[in-house]
Design a protein around this ligand. Structure first.
Ligand code: HEC
Length: 246
């Protein structure tokens, strides 16, 4: 039987190095969470971090357009009634076609908007006399771009793989049931891959935001477990038997 190393075999110096590393990673993790909060909170217009913020970040806010935001906000008083607003919002929703614009939307704008939104007014605002100018304001925010996701993916994969590897190397020295040890060691890598691949899926299917958040959360839980169990075993656990399996 080969003898595998355990914390009881580690020198005081090694345990001190491990401890400082684990504590620093733990603190780093909380800053990562705080960073996540500050990057995404309030995206959906409401303060605080919610699932809608995550959806907006990856999928985009497909019903928030400059035109939609204007008639739901500052430009609303210029519309005669709720039905006119509904007509314009539906038109955006249907893909802002030229045909529907001419039939339904242009009459509303001719009557209510072009007093100001035209060359005659002299105001430095878009002219709603032309379809092209209006349709330009109906482009949706489609969330994170592929180049951005690719950039963040490679940083995350390299960076987090390193963290998981070194934390795992330390955690291996614990004395816990071997199946539990192997699971806790391997699953964070799986969660990491799930988390990152679901960013791309969320771009197409907004519901995948739940997978992003769940996988990210579980990664944190397994990392936290490894750190806490390692620290406990390193300093407070007295081994009962000679370990036989890594
Ligand atoms: C009394 C003049 C006036 C009328 C009438 C008016 N607007 Fe405006 N609109 C403005 C001004 C001034 C701005 C720029 C300042 C601002 O954004 O609040 C603006 C801005 C906008 C913007 C933002 C443009 C951008 O670059 O993002 C949209 C969209 C818009 N209006 C839509 C409408 C619609 C639709 C109507 C008709 C229902 C309308 N407005 C009627 C004066 C007007």
């Amino acid at each position: 039987m080969p003898k595998y190393r355990r914390f009881s075999d580690a020198s005081m110096s090694e345990k001190m190095l491990d401890t400082m590393f684990l504590i620093t990673i733990g603190i780093g993790y909380f800053f990562a969470l705080a960073n996540l909060y500050y990057t995404h909170q309030g995206r959906d217009g409401k303060p605080g971090l919610s699932m809608d913020d995550v959806i907006d970040a990856y999928y985009g806010s497909h019903n928030q357009t400059r035109l939609g935001a204007a008639i739901n906000g500052p430009m609303e008083p210029n519309l005669p009634n709720e039905a006119a607003k509904r007509t314009i919002l539906d038109w955006i929703q249907h893909g802002a076609t030229k045909k529907e614009w001419e039939e339904k939307v242009k009459p509303i704008m001719d009557n209510n908007c072009i007093v100001c939104h035209s060359a005659q007014s002299g105001l430095p605002i878009p002219h709603f006399t032309k379809y092209e100018n209006v349709v330009a304001l109906t482009k949706t925010d489609t969330g994170a771009t592929i180049p951005t996701l690719v950039r963040v993916s490679h940083i995350h994969l390299f960076g987090i793989a390193f963290i998981l590897f070194f934390v795992g190397r330390i955690f291996i020295l614990c004395e816990i049931p071997v199946l539990l040890k192997r699971t806790v060691m391997v699953v964070p890598f799986v969660f990491l891959l799930m988390d990152i691949s679901s960013w791309y899926v969320t771009k197409i299917i907004p519901g995948f935001a739940y997978v992003v958040v769940t996988a990210g959360g579980l990664l944190g839980v397994s990392l936290g477990f490894q750190i806490l169990v390692s620290l406990w075993q390193m300093w407070f656990y007295r081994p009962k038997s000679v370990p036989t399996e890594l």
